[in-house]
Design a protein around this ligand. Structure first.
Ligand SMILES: [Zn+2]
Length: 302
């Protein structure tokens, strides 16, 4: 077995631990200094066995009334230690961002939300990056890697629903990412660079995974909130999305709204409402609470 075959086998073994393939590849390849995840003892032992070169530092944390073991993984013990300490204290978001290898522009941008305690409001955070964007590069589409950004009991219940809805998805659903951070814009050059590097690693070590991730992330998405969005196979002209079909995964969105979208082939975004049409006849008007309640991020492959 050559080195890359060996690595492929190791990655297959760690995929049983729930670790995100892209994250472990990025740390091994030196693209990122560190990544964090929840791990139990059994899973931790598998990672230590397969990747003895990684240091794993863990700490207990209470999230939504549940005790969770948060771990940081790095090639350097002191970085893993610092990351897990900062993360469990959650005081300095800029420091955590640096340890996780996020671009400086994106860290600076996101610290505004932390300072104003708005980091939990995904429509506001996403809308701001949307407004900053001239283009929507699929490599920066981080909208489906929300499992590390949950805060309440309801969030975790919705996550269970989401996993159940998509249990036939062809790859582990947590693999739907190239970058793990929230980009300052969807054409942020530093985020695109990281995304490209991760994409190349996936192509080399998990080409089947790469195909599904690229297909899914390079489509327009109608976004409302963390657990309310629809991915469509189509294209955008000004404020109108023309589409053939809804593609997987499905979010736990209100099913009557989803059904209208499935039946339609055109979505028009207006200031106060969203119009769903089949050819040119209206199927449904969705009244927006505000400007962040439903907008289209026009991701495409370039
Ligand atoms: Zn940036």
């Amino acid at each position: 077995m050559n080195t890359s075959q060996k690595l492929r086998k190791k990655l297959l073994n760690v995929s049983k631990t729930g670790v995100i393939l892209q994250e472990i590849l990025a740390v091994i390849a030196g693209i990122k200094p560190c990544f964090t995840m929840d791990l139990n003892e059994k899973r931790k032992r598998i990672i230590i066995r397969e990747f003895p070169e990684l240091s794993i530092e863990c700490k207990q944390k209470i999230i939504a009334n549940k005790q969770i073991t948060v771990c940081a993984l790095s090639k350097k013990k002191e970085i893993a230690k610092e990351a897990v300490n900062s993360l469990t204290a959650r005081k300095d978001s800029e420091k955590i961002g640096k340890l996780l290898g996020y671009p400086e522009c994106c860290i600076k941008n996101h610290s505004y939300f932390f300072q104003h305690n708005l980091q939990r409001y995904s429509p506001i955070v996403t809308y701001q990056s949307y407004q900053n964007s001239k283009q929507f590069n699929f490599l920066t589409n981080n909208l489906l890697n929300f499992s590390t950004r949950l805060y309440t009991k309801e969030d975790y219940e919705k996550l269970e629903q989401y996993l159940l809805l998509n249990k036939r998805f062809p790859i582990p659903i947590v693999y739907l990412q190239f970058i793990s951070h929230i980009p300052c814009s969807y054409n942020c050059q530093k985020s695109i660079k990281t995304g490209k590097e991760i994409n190349a690693l996936l192509k080399k070590y998990a080409p089947e995974v790469e195909k599904v991730v690229t297909y899914t992330l390079s489509k327009p998405i109608l976004f409302f909130d963390v657990f309310k969005w629809v991915i469509l196979d189509g294209y955008v002209r000004k404020n109108t999305l023309f589409y053939k079909k809804v593609i997987l995964p499905i979010s736990p969105i209100d099913f009557s709204l989803l059904n209208k979208i499935i039946k339609g082939n055109k979505i028009v975004i207006k200031e106060k409402k969203i119009e769903i049409l089949k050819n040119n006849s209206s199927l449904y008007s969705y009244l927006k609470k505000d400007k962040t309640d439903g907008f289209i991020l026009d991701f495409k492959e370039k």
